[in-house]
Every structure is written in C-alpha cells, then in structure tokens.
Design a protein around this ligand. Sequence first.
Ligand SMILES: NC(=O)c1ccc[n+]([C@@H]2O[C@H](COP(=O)([O-])OP(=O)(O)OC[C@H]3O[C@@H](n4cnc5c(N)ncnc54)[C@H](OP(=O)(O)O)[C@@H]3O)[C@@H](O)[C@H]2O)c1
Length: 341
Amino acid sequence: MPTTRQVSLASRPETAVLPENFMMLDAATPPLGDGDVLVRHIYMSVDPYMRGLMNDGGVAYAAGFEIGKPLFGRVIGEVAESRNADFREGDFVYGMLDWAEWSVAKGGESLRRVDPALAPLSYFLGTLGFPGLTAYVGMMLIGKPKEGETVYVSAASGAVGQVAGQLARIAGARVVGSAGSDEKVRFITGECGFHDGFNYRIAPTVLEALRLHCSDGIDVIFENVGGENLDAVLAHANPFARIAVCGMISQYNLAEPYHLRHVKEVVSKRLNMQGFVVRDHAHLIEQFIEETAGHIADGRMAVAEDVMNGLDNAPAAFIGMLAGENFGKRVIQVGQDPNAF
Ligand SMILES: NC(=O)c1ccc[n+]([C@@H]2O[C@H](COP(=O)([O-])OP(=O)(O)OC[C@H]3O[C@@H](n4cnc5c(N)ncnc54)[C@H](OP(=O)(O)O)[C@@H]3O)[C@@H](O)[C@H]2O)c1
C-alpha cells in the first residue's frame, strides 16, 4: 500500500485561518478490507464551509475536524485497487475523502462514479458538483425567479455565485452581481451574461451600489456574504422578495459578528428569508448534473475555475480563497489527470 502525504489540523483558528493551523504528515494507507477501494486523488475541493469545521464543535449540521487528524472534503480520484464489486480499477470517483494523495474509501453511499466523457473531471467539484447544486437549490427552489424580476447575487464570480446568476438569467430574470475585483465583474457581465454588476470593494457602500444597479428594487436575493451586504439587501428588497441565505462568508473569521440594522424590513416588507444547506438536497445531484452538463455543452453556462497545484499548497489555497484570491471555483490538483490535455 502507498504511503500518503496528508494535510492535518494542527490547531484551531481563533479568527483568521493561519498557516500554522495546518501540518503536513506522511502516513501509511491501511490495507483494504472487504468493500474497500483504494483511491488515487486527482482534485480536491477548497470550500468555505471547511472554515466552520475548523472550530471546536464544528457547525450545526456537521461535526468538526479533529486536531492531529486529516482534514476532509470533496475529492475526485481514480480507483487504483478495489475490493468492492461496484467499483473497478480505473473508475473515476467522487467522495468525501481526506486531504491527502491517497485514501482508502468505503464503497456504498460514500463514493459515486463520475463520467469523464461528460465534462472535465474538476467540474464535478464546481459547476457540476455540490457548489452547482447549492446554486440550484437556492435559486430555483427558494428564489424561484420569474421573467422580468430583478435578482441580486453576491460573491457572484465564485463557485456557487456564477451558477446561481446564470440559472436566474436562463429563467429570464434581470441579474445583477457583486464581486471583489473589476476582472471578476467583467467575467459575470461578460461570459456569464449577467445584466449588470459592481465591484463592492471600490463602491462607496453596498447600500449605494444597490440603489444605482437595482433601481427598481430586488425581487430575489442569493446571499453568499452576509454582514453589510445582507443589511443593504434588506433595505433594497421589494415587498414579498425571496432571500435564499446560502452563506455569510464575510462573517466566518470575525470574533464579533456584524449587527444588522435593517432586519425589521423582514416584517414590514413580508420578506421570505430562508437558510438552506445543500446536503439536505443531495438526492438531486444526478438530475442536476444531467441538466447542467446540457447547459454547458450548449454554451448557455460559462465556467470559471481556479486550479492550484500540489497538496502542500492546500493550506495557502484555502486561506487565499477565504480572502477572495480565487477567480471561480478553487480546486487543488494533487495527482495526474489522465483526461486532461
Ligand atoms: N448553504 C450551503 O449548502 C452552501 C454550500 C456551498 C457554499 N455555501 C456558501 O456559499 C458562499 C460561496 O461559496 P463558494 O464555494 O462559491 O466560494 P467562492 O465564492 O468560490 O469563494 C469565496 C469568495 O467569497 C468572497 N468573499 C470572501 N470574503 C468576503 C467578504 N468579506 N465580503 C464579500 N465577499 C467575500 C470572495 O470573492 P470576492 O472577491 O468576490 O469578494 C471569495 O472568492 C459561501 O458563503 C459559502 O459558505 C453554502
């Protein structure tokens, strides 16, 4: 069995995540038992929810990482050896696996085969993976945009945001996005076909920017950021607007959370504000992949991904993503992709 390098949790961050919160270890992969599969990792997903799992006690819907143990997340890999009748050597698979070069996975529900003929393998961690499904759940099941309505998406060039905005555009809505650089805004208003966008880092305030870019108010909000962004959204929401609360990335590293000033608008405007977690909708993934692969193949949906190389760069990739360094879905390539040109 191969030895594997792993990214483990050295300590818990107090506020911002630091390089010293991680440690690199070499470990032996255990022998395969009945039903086990040896997976050679190719791509690892770098996701904001992992920040919550670094805290003591994790988050309301999942236990946290353990100190001294490898971090884990969504991984695409190739089956190198199998003692499971459902998986053969050479299959490409997807599962919640360690941040490592190799791992031994249980088959069953925890591992799913992916079809490399459908799209580049890394897409199954982004637009065709759980970030894409997150966008679908928030936009189509909660936001339900209608033709002619105004939709606003924050963190709009990111893994979830780019799909959320494009789904609303396909549904016929007028879509406005915000992002943290002019290049990101050019991507959403260019390739992604958003109708308008702004760079929140140079706007005087999000409140002012929304007054300008959503002058008819907002009917559907896809909230990825929280804090000042959510406050401004509450101020500009139209009566009966739907707010899909997907994430609050501006808050994850803060010791003291932002206090909303416009929260009373939820009552006076009769807003429908709903938080959600994608794992509750995991059963929709196969149907989602089929539909969305069609959008990509037909040129209706653009994809931006940000691939970094090498397991040793994983901590920096994660810290950088939380600070907005990524342009699109951030993944780390840790092994050779035989399907890449
Ligand atoms: N509910 C669920 O099931 C679920 C599932 C997946 C993700 N999420 C949430 O969805 C959101 C987006 O996740 P993602 O995977 O698509 O990540 P992402 O957008 O690809 O990457 C994170 C982005 O957040 C933005 N950001 C960071 N700090 C910010 C701040 N203080 N203010 C405004 N923007 C900031 C940065 O973009 P800019 O340069 O544009 O600032 C950064 O690139 C996160 O809140 C995440 O927690 C929720």
